[in-house]
Design a protein around this ligand. Structure first.
Ligand code: FAD
Length: 397
């Protein structure tokens, strides 16, 4: 472990700064970062070498995360691939898909997006209407996805689509890999209140997917869809993926700059953020321990995701309180002010992306605490007999 630590320290001393200094766009910078991690044996640290990982243990990953969290690192734009698609393909992908996708994914050569949500299927994801019809050796996929983060830059999408309308909604779903660079894929960016277009509408019009790019079995994709969501929540909860809460250090710096470190109410909130960060690190340690014991990510990932969201929203509100009206009315281009305007507008999205707070609470209630399941009247009804199943999906914008 000591040798590994020395290797990580040497890497972190040199490589992040070199990559941050590159004059390239942020997707290219992120790709260079992941390639460097992979070349240094620091990608997928706890995964076997045959899957492109480093073949070490979760304790090594934990050590890397701890050391890395103390440094300024390039921002990763490859989080969906690395945090969600990679573990799902390792577990459920089969040899051909693993060979084809895992290493390019870890090396930042392919940028992935997640094609799950639709205009009529968010929390109730199993109501999705995007249809895939078998045509010889391929499926032809038609429909619309929405809120797809990173779709405008993505090379590949992990999609869930409907392949059978004659069975109840959870049963006729298939997971597949969609090549985002092919004709028939139209991506329309959506502008968020931060001013950034991070997510998109995606229209799929007779898009071609080889049968060999189906993950798992046709019509049995719901289980995999849920497995990927657990990986997503673990990734969001442990802080390896998704939006980062405003850091404690930023908040203290902002309070110092404005002479507010003696203000009792500000101090009280700062103490809350500090404590919440500690709790988050313990939740993360628990998740690592469960990985070390060979247990996959389960519904308890929702606890971490929910807590991180609460921390992110309260830290953003505190930032706004410290900076005051300058956070929204201050001069554009002033880094200190712009940062807080962005953080405040961005934080509410944490309650939605990866499943809303209410859905996390439902999951915790049902799957962790063993409370009775939510009533559901459409669980056993064939999809084609549901109102939502009667619509014909269109893939044109
Ligand atoms: C920043 C961001 C990034 C995203 N990135 C992606 C992405 O890359 N790929 C992707 O596929 N999706 C993405 N999403 C979409 C996200 O997964 C959905 O917004 C989310 O699942 C909620 O779906 P919805 O927006 O349709 O809301 P709805 O499901 O319509 O929910 C509306 C409200 O009703 C509540 N509600 C719904 N059902 C229940 C219930 N059973 N019990 C209690 N309350 C309920 C919800 O909590 C919510 O408050 C992203 C969203 C955001 C904000």
């Amino acid at each position: 472990m000591r040798e590994f630590e020395a290797h990580v320290r040497r890497f972190l001393d040199r490589v992040p700064a070199e990559i941050l200094a590159l004059e390239v766009d942020d997707v290219t910078r992120s790709a260079r970062w992941h390639r460097a991690l992979h070349e240094a044996g620091l990608a997928a640290i706890a995964y076997p070498r045959r899957f492109g990982g480093a073949g070490l243990t979760p304790a090594h990953q934990e050590l890397f995360d701890r050391l890395a969290s103390q440094r300024r690192l390039p921002v990763s734009r490859h989080g969906i691939g690395i945090g969600m698609v990679y573990p799902t393909l390792v577990e459920h992908g089969g040899d051909e898909l693993r060979r084809k996708y895992l290493v390019p994914l870890l090396r930042g050569e392919d940028l992935w997006c997640q094609l799950y949500s639709e205009p009529g299927a968010g929390s109730d994801l199993a109501s999705l209407q995007t249809r895939a019809v078998r045509d010889g050796d391929v499926f032809r996929v038609t429909g619309q996805k929405v809120w797809t983060s990173g779709a405008a830059e993505a090379d590949l999408g992990i999609a869930i689509v409907r392949t059978n309308v004659d069975v109840p909604k959870h049963r006729g779903i298939t997971m597949m890999v969609i090549d985002m660079r092919q004709p028939g894929v139209t991506v329309r960016p959506l502008r968020q209140m931060t001013g950034v277009s991070e997510f998109n509408e995606v229209f799929l019009d007779e898009v071609v997917v080889p049968v060999s790019d189906v993950v798992g079995d046709v019509d049995r994709g719901w289980r995999l869809a849920v497995a990927l969501l657990h990986n997503e929540r673990r990734s969001l909860g442990t802080g390896r993926g998704g939006r980062q809460p405003a850091s404690f250090e930023w908040l203290v710096e902002a309070a110092r700059d404005r002479g507010l470190t003696g203000d009792r109410l500000i101090r009280q909130e700062l103490a809350w953020v500090h404590s919440a960060n500690l709790i988050l690190s313990w939740l993360k340690a628990r998740s690592e321990a469960s990985a070390e014991a060979g247990r996959g990510p389960g519904p308890e990932g929702s606890v971490g995701k929910l807590w991180r969201t609460r921390l992110g929203r309260r830290a953003a509100a505190l930032g706004g309180r410290i900076v005051g009206s300058a956070a929204i009315a201050g001069p554009a281009g002033d880094g200190g002010v712009d940062r807080w305007a962005y953080v405040m507008c961005d934080a509410p999205g944490m309650s939605l992306g990866g499943g809303t707070d209410e859905i996390q609470r439902n999951t915790i209630g049902e799957k962790v605490l063993g409370l009775p399941r939510e009533p559901s009247v459409d669980r056993e009804v064939p999809f084609r007999d549901l109102l939502t199943g009667k619509h014909t999906p269109t893939g044109t914008p």
